[in-house]
Design a protein. Structure first.
Length: 254
């Protein structure tokens, strides 16, 4: 569900995760930063090609043609692949989104996959029409969750990263080198997605909410595995171990 400025996800534990939706202003700021980076990259590329071209004079009349072809290919890749590349490797962020404290995620709060990053950015050429991302602006203004067309295709939303004032509310504690082995086959895909969603957002949650959610999720998972875990940080360590062991079997939720 959503409100006018938030995406609210109800977890199976009857706990709400709320994500402030990014509007046109913050997304425009991120776009300006990303476009500036692309411009600098293309400018440097032109300088490099111009400097290196004379060294390939042995190609004769084909030298300039090959140089232009390679340059156009590189420019195309920078323009088309920049957003998908960074969103895939930076968990939904580009340098511009990181600067503006924005992140792309799935509608249900999960991190996006490389496929999602590619899918949402294949529509960027349409979103950019007719000029200055006119289609995207209209789509964001009229859609319930501030989505452009690429977000509809990939099932994603753009949200604000909640700023954490001062020090982090918790100091992460190292897990034991070895621990119990759990029967992760008993855990459903939805339960693993719930754990992943919690880990994605835990650093931006209020301390009381974080400990409460960890306890609730650990209780549910513990009942499946016949394990009782009480108190923080044991609850999060338990969930981390379960997720690691699940992934070590070669199964993934994305």
């Amino acid at each position: 569900m959503s409100s006018t400025d938030k995406l609210i996800i109800e977890t199976p534990e009857q706990t709400s995760l709320d994500f402030p939706l990014a509007g046109i202003g913050s997304r425009f700021l991120a776009m300006v930063a990303d476009t500036a980076i692309q411009f600098v990259a293309i400018f440097l590329l032109v300088l490099v090609v111009g400097y290196a071209t004379p060294g390939f004079a042995w190609l004769g009349n084909l030298t300039e043609q090959w140089a232009l072809a390679l340059m156009f290919l590189a420019v195309f890749l920078i323009y088309s692949g920049y957003f998908a590349f960074f969103e895939a490797i930076w968990n939904g962020q580009t340098p511009g989104k990181r600067f503006a404290q924005l992140r792309v995620m799935k509608d249900d709060g999960r991190p996006i996959s490389a496929y999602d990053a590619i899918a949402r950015n294949l529509m960027r050429a349409v979103d950019a029409l007719p000029v200055a991302y006119g289609v995207a602006v209209i789509s964001v203004l009229i859609s319930k969750n501030n989505k452009r067309l690429g977000d509809f295709v990939a099932g994603t939303v753009v949200v604000h990263e909640k700023a954490i004032e001062g020090a982090r509310p918790f100091v992460e504690t190292a897990r034991p080198a070895a621990g119990p082995v759990y029967n992760t086959a008993a855990i459903t895909t939805d339960e693993l997605r719930l754990i992943e969603t919690f880990f994605t957002r835990r650093d931006s949650l209020e301390p009381a909410v974080r400990t409460s959610m960890a306890a609730q999720i650990a209780r549910r998972i513990g009942e499946k595995l016949n394990v009782r875990v009480v108190g923080w940080p044991q609850t999060e360590q338990f969930l981390e171990s379960v997720l690691d062991q699940y992934r070590s079997t070669g199964r993934f939720t994305q």
